[in-house]
Design a protein around this ligand. Structure first.
Ligand code: GDP
Ligand code: MG
Length: 163
């Protein structure tokens, strides 16, 4: 029960790094729920006194486009079934890929609110490159670095507004 936020996106964009980073803010508790499938991880995060469940989807690396196709559909299904809010993670080092476009298309058709998270914005030069992600057409776009934690406070403020 409670408000649930799911992290989705293609492999290697930094979903798990973001997951760990968001749980580490304030007093976060990683839930060790036994019996849950290994392709997702659950945690409970807290920000400005608001608690929410966090799901890291996609614990496996797709080996082919076919497998990728199945994986993103699975992620979207988990997200749509369980989440109140979706964090769609992309990566400015790689830039926009076909897989990002495909995921964006699926997410835009859902009725869940989506925050676009452009990750790996580690410095000012990357912040300039990252503006290309506005073209994916999400109203709310956040630029951050999961490794350094820079920008994650603004994202968490927005998540808390949705709760
Ligand atoms: P996932 O497959 O989406 O869960 O991605 P991971 O969290 O496993 O990260 C994939 C790679 O991206 C790892 O080598 C991370 O260290 C790296 N990474 C994640 N976040 C950042 C970031 O903010 N900046 C940079 N430079 N690398 C990152
Ligand atoms: Mg991962």
């Amino acid at each position: 029960s409670g408000f649930t936020v799911a992290i989705v996106g293609r492999p290697n964009v930094g979903k798990s790094t973001l997951f760990n980073r968001l749980l580490e803010q304030r007093k976060a508790i990683v839930d060790d729920v036994s019996g849950v499938t290994r392709d997702r991880q659950y945690g409970v995060a807290e920000w400005i006194g608001k608690k929410f469940n966090l799901i890291d989807t996609g614990g496996f690396v797709a080996k082919s486009d076919d497998v990728f196709e199945r994986e993103i559909r699975k992620q979207v299904k988990i997200a749509l079934d369980e989440a109140n809010l979706l964090l769609f993670v992309c990566d400015t080092v790689t830039g926009i890929t076909d897989q990002d476009e495909e995921m964006a298309h699926l997410l835009r058709r859902s009725d869940k609110p989506v925050l676009l998270v452009v990750n790996k914005v580690d410095n000012a030069e990357r912040a300039l490159d990252a503006t290309e992600f506005y073209s994916l057409g999400f109203d709310e776009t956040y630029f951050l670095s999961s490794i350094s934690g820079s920008g994650t406070g603004e994202l968490l403020d927005k998540v808390a507004e949705h709760i």
